[in-house]
Ligand binder design. Sequence first.
Ligand code: SF4
Length: 352
Amino acid sequence: MTMTQPSVSPVLDVVRLGKYFPVGGGLRSQQLRALHDASFSLAEREVIALVGESGSGKSTIARLLARLMPPSSGQILFKGRDVLKEEPTRASLAYRGQVQMIFQDPFGSLNPVHTIGYHLERPLLLHNKAPTPAILKEKVHALLKTVDLNPPAEVALKYPYQLSGGQRQRVAIARALAVDPSVILADEPISMLDVSIRMGVLNLMEKLKEERGISYLYITHDIASARYVADRTMVMYAGHIVEGAPSEELMQQPAHPYTKLLLSAVPDPNGSIRGDLPARSGAPKLINPPPGCPFADRCPSVMNTCREQMPGAVDVGSGHWVRCHLYAPGSVIAPSALYDRTVPASVEAGPL
Ligand code: SF4
């Protein structure tokens, strides 16, 4: 069996990224393992959804990619450049211009004492995108128009409290666009918005992808919205990416027991929740986690080997892979095939 390798030009390669936090101190010091060995590549104009429950590590990936904190291990390649090796000054500013983040909370991400115009002027000035006051004003108005906030001259003079939640999230998107990014990391961008305005924000993101060639990492706990916006979906559990596939394939043929559990909780079109997959409850152990599969304590299909060995990534065809001992170990794929799509997914023995 071979993984499908679409012809793509990667913008961002995430190579075996890990993040550990020390917990406690002195002789009782322990490690909270927030992220293990995360690998994937994001192509131009591609949308990848990262799905999982709170504490699964999806926001940690976004914060590492935004360089809001350093990783404990691994690499981040932007258009082939290892950004972690660059000095945290000018090169880092250039990277931040290319990789922007939209936060979950449109209320907290804008400063209530400044106008909307001020919020958009700041990145333009910081990244030298507006040489004169007239150009600055023109660019601010153009940004507001792009995100359908009209009339721009009036909106620019308003304060955040004068806008709705959806309008504030549009301002946050406009602020991210100010520096012409290649990648937007959207961390739960619609979860705090009213249901009635969520679709408008998602449609805006889709429009910007088409018009500006932007790639998105779309982080969500809502697997149903991932199906709507993402080309590919990856599922996270306890700091591990446990499954990845083209979104429609993942929704139709989920392989990992945790993905099946997530999908079984999505209401079907007639309003009921399937919930037909039995699973034990319980939070995963992130501090000094035991060996083996992190889902073992909740999994209805757990076997002895699951508690002893972390499964490797197994190719299940159609660009779909899964980390689970239920699938043939003979199809374990090369670690590099998860982030470098020019590498054939050759069979490799042992876990990643
Ligand atoms: Fe369940 Fe074992 Fe697969 Fe983990 S590896 S999801 S415990 S069957």
